[in-house]
Design a protein around this ligand. Sequence first.
Ligand SMILES: O=P(O)(O)O[C@@H]1C[C@H](O)[C@@H](CO)O1
Ligand code: HPA
Length: 273
Amino acid sequence: MQALKEKLDQTVAYIHSIKKCSPKVGVVLGSGLGDFVEKMENKTIISYNDIPHFKKVTVQGHDGKLILGTVNGVEVAALQGRFHLYEGHDMADVVYPIRVLHKLGIDTVVLTNAAGGVNLGYKPGDLVILTDQINFTGRNPLMGPNDESMGPRFPDMGHAFNQELIDTLGKVSADLKIKTQQGVYMGVLGPTYETPAEIKMFRILGGDVVGMSTVHEVIIANHIGLKVCGISCVTNMGAGIIDQKLKHEDIKDEALKVMDNFTALLNNAIAKF
Ligand SMILES: O=P(O)(O)O[C@@H]1C[C@H](O)[C@@H](CO)O1
Ligand code: HPA
């Protein structure tokens, strides 16, 4: 098997052959949240299909493009779409884009997703600044031999989401009068949505939102020393809270409805990161 470092070198060499760049902030855009890139400036767009060692995107609402550009003068690399374990990808492929962003030079990553509301005080359309996570997938991307040059064998996860970034997001949302919540992301494998009993259990366990991504990206980003923050868009209430049949199409549409607030929050926060 080709060594990870060699693969990363090839991927980054390809990206630099299209555009020399040194982004400060990386953004991963979850289901239905890809339109964030509309407001980016000086854009270079690269399809995942052309990027060596990137997999194919299979989930609707994930365009599969890397957008290099600027946001309020800050150099940003935005990933329009991600890979999920439930698609059948290997864990190494799921977290590979985070490694690529790191190798491109970012020091901060913003992980975004569509999620179900578990906290009964939330409602669809809420933006949730993530304060912590529960990895309920039973899988960890750091299983296997550890490369000490990338990070420690036993990474501390006591501050997985960076407090300064959380504070900045909170302050920017208050200044913009955009209502946000703060809460804990419960990461599951999917692809089934939850049963009402599972949602009830997640609430008891301390989850505020539930989704099928993000937790492994957070682990890798912490391992390699990135500053991490996360925003969930509550696209639906978790199963059993209201009588609603969950469909991915509706989830995408719901995410689109909050795009203006989501973009304003993120654009203004990035300028202060
Ligand atoms: O990539 P994210 O976490 O935004 O995608 C969510 C979780 C599932 O992939 C899908 C379910 O509708 O949307
Ligand atoms: O209710 C949900 N459960 C899991 N993942 C999700 N992604 C959006 N909504 C949900």
